[in-house]
Design a protein around this ligand. Sequence first.
Ligand SMILES: Cc1cc2nc3c(=O)[nH]c(=O)nc-3n(C[C@H](O)[C@H](O)[C@H](O)COP(=O)(O)OP(=O)(O)OC[C@H]3O[C@@H](n4cnc5c(N)ncnc54)[C@H](O)[C@@H]3O)c2cc1C
Length: 466
Amino acid sequence: MGAGVAGLVAAYELNGRGYDVDVYEASPRVGGRIHTHRFGPEPAAPYVELGAMRIPTKHRHAMRYVRELGLIDRVRPFRTLLSEASNYLISESGPVRLSEAMPALVGSLQRRLPRSGYREASLRFAAFLTLAVEAIAPVYMRGQLLGNPMQIGRLVDRLDGMDLGPYLPEPDRSARLAEFFVDNPGFRSLLPLGLDGFIDDIVTETNADLVSLEGGMDALPRRLADALTAAVWVDHKVVGIRARKQDVVIEVVHAKRTIVRRYDYVLCTIPFSALRHIRLCDFDPDKLAIVRKIEYCPATKVAFYCREPFWRNDGISGGASFTGGGIRQTYYPDSGSVLLASYTIGEEADRLGRMKPADRHEYVRQQLAKVHPQILEPGMVRAAASQAWGHDEWSRGGCTVRWGKDDGQIADELELAAAPQNHLFFAGEHCSKNPAWIDGAIESALEAVDGIDADLTGSYPVRRSA
Ligand SMILES: Cc1cc2nc3c(=O)[nH]c(=O)nc-3n(C[C@H](O)[C@H](O)[C@H](O)COP(=O)(O)OP(=O)(O)OC[C@H]3O[C@@H](n4cnc5c(N)ncnc54)[C@H](O)[C@@H]3O)c2cc1C
């Protein structure tokens, strides 16, 4: 159930092991939160990623399927947020180029610190770190760090005693946060609870080792679907699941008709945020509780197909700016005249998600004009597209979050989320140790496939619900 990357990888692997599989997908397309939007019907139309847009090369499961499905020749470096000297960041005095921003960032940091007298290197490193937090973290996490001078003071105190030479930001490159956190694992304990875990995502998102697929990330789910001998039934919405002792019965609505099907085994990759709106029978109370409880963070993207890539005349050839306010991040994809004008998570994403699409697009256009006034020129925006994942019927959230939970709580949540109910198994990013990434969704699918296979062949006992 669900033709996102977890469902498709699982179907592909089960097919490969000789099982007959059907895939039911509620929406009219495969891919789920991998969603390439094309501004036109033809395959070569300008496009933008409204869902996942990059893969860290260290994500071995995701990269394995990129290779296995013959997509390696489409892999291109992904230039990320604050990676290019010409990218902008919005400061107290307006937009500044990254290459010229350090004095302003250091000045603003110094004003927040409880004392003076820190080394220049500590201030420069801390200024970049706090900028990355400001640009990527959700509102409440930003507040915990940036609104607390004592907390920032503790960070800079510690940095003052460290050799920061290898990690410092330079005019032509951002700070080496990834290397810094690998070499200094204890430093994260100085971050407020929640941010100490989310910092991994911040580090990954500002890292140079990211790639994307030229022509659209949706090549990954599409190639998976094409490789299946399984039937993929799109526009088939699962509305009821009964996890019986010996099999699973599902109710599916298609073209206003309800179909009832019985299967020996079922794998559910429907996000729990959507699953909690489905009729669930014969589930353990613990399982029902976790389906209702897992937290999701909203995410919203807004894109403009422009008359011309005006940012190029402004010296910007890629990467992303921190445009702040209610729009947060603006990406300049390599694909022609399309601008990913706003990428938000948390409160800002929810706020945009609540607006009607036309109001949302106009709000983003007006906000973006503070950095790129050209966007207001008549005829500059040819078309707009957006996706508010928190308000999407099939996801009802951007991604799972476990912010502020300790290792024990996370392990318990994971075990419960992935625990099968009789012959009903579970996968998806919400069942993974690496949530909010394609890689985590795939990893959980592979674990579920092993679980189903083992249960069928009796090769090892799978923990069953009572
Ligand atoms: C804005 C955004 C940006 C992201 N950026 C990145 C990135 O750059 N790199 C990265 O690796 N990851 C990124 N992610 C995360 C990544 O997209 C997800 O972790 C991954 O795609 C989740 O896959 P999944 O199969 O678990 O879930 P989904 O893709 O959500 O698949 C679940 C499927 O179930 C279907 N469904 C729901 N309800 C029903 C029902 N009742 N009946 C039948 N089907 C149903 C849905 O339509 C969907 O197709 C991003 C996510 C978002 C939202």
